[in-house]
Design a protein around this ligand. Structure first.
Ligand code: FAD
Length: 284
């Protein structure tokens, strides 16, 4: 199908993007890489009257470390996250994740901000944002606003983002002992089940753990029972085995679709939780 007619406007600053979003009164959409929005427009599931192109805003892309925190600009494409020396050294989990998204074309155009705003239930980044306890940085008509990842992903394709707000980046404390493991759809590489785990370890004991899951339910979420089972325990294969076995217990909204039944997803949740935790343990 062909998309409905729309107006196209390119902006050179976040403020200009916000002004144009406001001026369009809810009839405009930002476009970054276009890899999620354009397919929706071609199916006429999204029919914006105006497309506001934010792909060339100077400074919206980039990866930097300030005051012990890593900040990734919303316009950063997956390829640059995957190739970042800073991330490879300080927080390899997120670089690994970016390298496993889609194919080279998707990674060369798709952006972190677009992925978070779109919040596909099978997208990879949301699980990692949860495990890193990242803060999402937003800009809107009233100024800057921040939201923790744990509050950002709310429901199917639903996030804490107003129609006239722009995601400008994410911020998190780097952690080496974190990893992401996913069972991917063969064609698209989206996660059927994807689990990200981050372990804070001191003297061989897990001080705290954060585990995020994607692909399984309507939106990415934390596996609180697994996190609790890990906290205060010695970092051993046995600890991981017993905590991972709890993954998915109590999850009520497990997806079923053409890629995997609910039963298969339920079976895979502990498997990929164990894999993510084991990989995080190897980095501790
Ligand atoms: C064939 C294929 C395979 C894929 N495989 C995977 C995969 O394995 N894993 C995975 O996670 N993803 C996958 N994707 C999705 C891909 O990562 C997309 O690039 C990403 O989800 C959206 O990013 P984008 O920059 O293309 O956003 P766009 O398509 O431009 O925008 C998506 C939505 O986000 C909004 N938006 C964009 N930027 C911002 C911003 N800064 N602030 C606020 N709103 C914004 C837009 O208005 C729109 O609603 C795949 C896509 C395709 C086409």
């Amino acid at each position: 199908m062909i998309a409905t007619t729309f107006d196209y406007q390119r902006v050179t600053s976040v403020d200009e993007a916000i002004q144009k979003l406001q001026a369009a009164g809810g009839r405009a959409k930002l476009v970054a890489g276009g890899h999620s929005l354009v397919p929706l427009m071609k199916l006429r599931l999204s029919e914006p009257a105006v497309l506001i192109d934010i792909a060339r805003i100077p400074g919206l892309a980039g990866i930097r470390e300030t005051g012990g925190q890593i900040e990734i600009g919303a316009g950063t494409v997956h390829t640059d996250v995957a190739a970042s020396t800073l991330l490879r050294e300080k927080c390899p989990a997120i670089a690994d994740t970016a390298g496993e998204i889609g194919d080279p074309q998707v990674r060369n155009r798709g952006t972190l901000g677009g992925s978070l705003a779109h919040s596909d239930p099978s997208a990879d980044y949301p699980a990692v944002m949860l495990a890193l306890d990242a803060t999402i940085l937003l800009q809107g008509p009233k100024g800057a606003r921040t939201v923790k990842a744990s509050a950002f992903f709310q429901d199917l394709f639903t996030v804490d983002l107003a129609p006239d707000e722009v995601i400008v980046g994410v911020q998190f404390a780097p952690i080496k002992s974190a990893a992401y493991a996913k069972l991917h759809q063969r064609a698209s590489h989206y996660a059927i089940v994807g689990v990200a785990a981050a372990l804070d370890v001191k003297g061989g004991v897990i001080q705290s753990a954060r585990v995020g899951i994607t692909g399984a339910g309507s939106h990415a979420t934390r596996l609180a029972n697994v996190e609790q089972a890990l906290g205060g325990k010695p970092l051993t294969a046995a600890t991981i085995e017993s905590a991972a076995a709890l993954a998915g217990a109590g999850m009520t909204d497990v997806n079923a679709d053409i890629h995997a039944s609910e039963a298969y997803r339920r079976a895979m949740i502990p498997v990929f939780t164990r894999r993510a935790l084991t990989a995080a343990m190897a980095r501790a």
